[in-house]
Design a binder for this molecule. Sequence first.
Ligand SMILES: [Zn+2]
Length: 406
Amino acid sequence: MTSAVDVNGRRYRAPSRPLVVVCVDGCEPDYITQAVMAKDAPFLASLRERGTCLTADCVVPSFTNPNNLSIVTGAPPSVHGICGNFFFDSETRAEVMMNDAKYLRAGTILAAFANAGANVAVVTAKDKLRGLLGHQLSGICFSAERADRVTKAENGVDDALGLAGMPLPSVYSAELSQFVFAAGAALLERVRPDIMYLSTTDYVQHKHAPGTPAANAFTGMLDRYLARLDQAGAAIVLTADHGMGAKTDAFGRPNIVFLQDVLDAAYGEHTTRVILPITDPYVVHHGALGSYATVYVEGGVPVEDVSARIAALHGIDLVLTRAAACERFELPADRIGDLVVVSERLTAIGSRERAHDLSQLDAPLRSHGGISEQRVPLIANRPAPDLPQRRWRNFDAFDLGLNHLA
Ligand SMILES: [Zn+2]
């Protein structure tokens, strides 16, 4: 292996011991605080004395794919191009999933190290991320969701179920994330990759607030696997793709601005197009509702007029033009609409009321997407003696792990 690799303008030293970067989906910092307070996370508690704990900013929109891709490229969406799970392709004029690697505009740190001779492994919960994270990666890469279908040729490993020692989990379960850690711990012990990236799913976090029994049980499970990775000699950096918050009133009823309904009533149908980039095939736990939307304005309607109308709505915090949003949130201009809309902490943005199926929500709506879910933990199991004072981002996880830990 070479002594360092350069990726997207940043230099990363080759690891002197295995590095495991863990992205805990939807891990609001308070999930860890509460589990530590309840004595459910003794390993994380021990890092107070021997580790590093920063509070970092994730990328807005605070969604899963943009942030996972930022973490593995060490760069914001303006560089890697992935600014949602879903977007409006203005060339084909179609609303499409952005989970195909053809939408990725930058190389990953993972692929660069693999090319430099390192052994690299990636385990994700949902399969939607596998293709993006594994782009041009020669190494191990599979999802818990499709763990029954891995092959040595396709995924760099076979018998993932045997490796994790678990049956195939349901895509809507805490076990889907547990499978990622179980497989990761076994890989570290048996294969000892130089670099490993583990990415979970936020099924638990969408349903359970910090400090609740189910949330503490999840963090306790995470804690036991982190202790195992630590025991096996890995440097660990834990961060999150985004935080998570209630989008409800005090009675637990959802606060939702149905933005497409509002705009259709004001300007008529087919004059504006509200895109919710949280949309993906797995909507059961959030009903495709988050705190971020982007709006395409068509048919000669003045953008300023639409902007002012949205900004005046109760529950909306921020409306930015495309240029302002690209500047502030480091987004690719060709993949967002004329306006970017962010709701306040307790409010979610919907498109049309009839387009959202809330009947499957069996707990008060919790979601993400906005600035209110931008703070995430950035934690390591080793000290970082000469840490520069700066705004830390979740996509500094590899920089912290490779360039700053003792
Ligand atoms: Zn997520």
